[in-house]
Design a protein around this ligand. Sequence first.
Ligand SMILES: [Zn+2]
Length: 90
Amino acid sequence: MALISCTECGKEVSDKAASCPNCGVPILGASAVSLNPQSHAKVTRTGAKWEGIGFILIIVGMIMAMASQGGFGGLLIAVGFVVFIIGRFK
Ligand SMILES: [Zn+2]
């Protein structure tokens, strides 16, 4: 058992502890194995959601661009593309 300093408050915490008893921040090490799959799944789902929103914006933008010959549709495609890219890297 070793003592590591907390990344949030700097207090010495056991590396076997799941979280800092002082500030409650999760401690990397003992808890990393059990916490990571959950947080990874969450991140993937959030990204996929934004990817979906961006995709819908691009499609709606394309329809509007075709209906009104550019203008607002082009802007919607640009915004949708940015949201899509953000979703990709989330
Ligand atoms: Zn702490």
